[in-house]
Write a protein that binds this ligand. Structure first.
Ligand code: GNR
Ligand code: NI
Length: 174
């Protein structure tokens, strides 16, 4: 397994729209394993392939609690097929925008169709943190970041801060 460098705001790759995966093969499973390793190392509870610079529609999630066993989930070509009118608010963060958190309101319940790591078609009905995380990750596949859901003023502040940091660091990958 291999740790992959993370793309940070304002890396333009984070605005790319990812392409569907045509075949779930060994390369795709290897990428899933590398993404899970990178996510656990960070640590984070989700990671989209675009965050490691790969524009493919795939994400990994582990929303298990710290005292519980790891529960890695792999979602390939995920699609939200239903979402509730009921909303819930979470303090969100993003591995591509380290140490910045803001409250985001989203549908509380979503139904997601996807392929698992064996290429089998599946459906999940998610609520709570998993529902929020799935929506956050699926946004990444469409070039959308959680800061797109907050006030323009806060957006401008965080973009300015991370643009300065990238200049001092000399890049947007870590
Ligand atoms: O680690 C993460 N935590 C998190 C917390 C609240 C809502 C969404 C997330 S996802 C984030 C990891 C990440 O950036 N995934 O794209
Ligand atoms: Ni994120």
């Amino acid at each position: 397994m291999t740790l992959k460098p993370l793309a940070l705001l304002p890396d333009p790759i984070l605005r790319a729209k990812s392409d569907p995966i045509e075949r779930v093969d060994e390369d795709v499973r290897k990428l899933a394993d590398d993404m899970l390793e990178t996510m656990y190392d960070a640590p984070g509870i989700g990671l989209a392939a675009i965050q490691v610079g790969i524009p493919r529609r795939m994400l990994v999630i582990d929303c298990s609690k710290e005292e519980e066993e790891d529960a890695p989930l792999v979602f390939i070509n995920p699609q939200i097929v239903a979402s509730s009118d009921d909303r819930s608010a979470y303090e969100e963060g993003c591995l591509s925008i380290p140490d910045y958190y803001a409250e985001v309101e989203r549908p509380a319940y979503v139904t997601v169709d996807y392929l698992d790591r064996e290429g089998k078609q599946r459906q999940i009905e998610a609520e709570g943190l998993l529902a929020t995380c799935l929506q956050h990750e699926i946004d990444h596949l469409n070039g959308v970041l959680f800061i797109d859901h907050i006030s323009r003023l806060k957006q401008n502040m965080v973009i300015k801060k991370f643009t300065k940091l990238a200049k001092s660091r000399g890049g947007t990958r870590i």
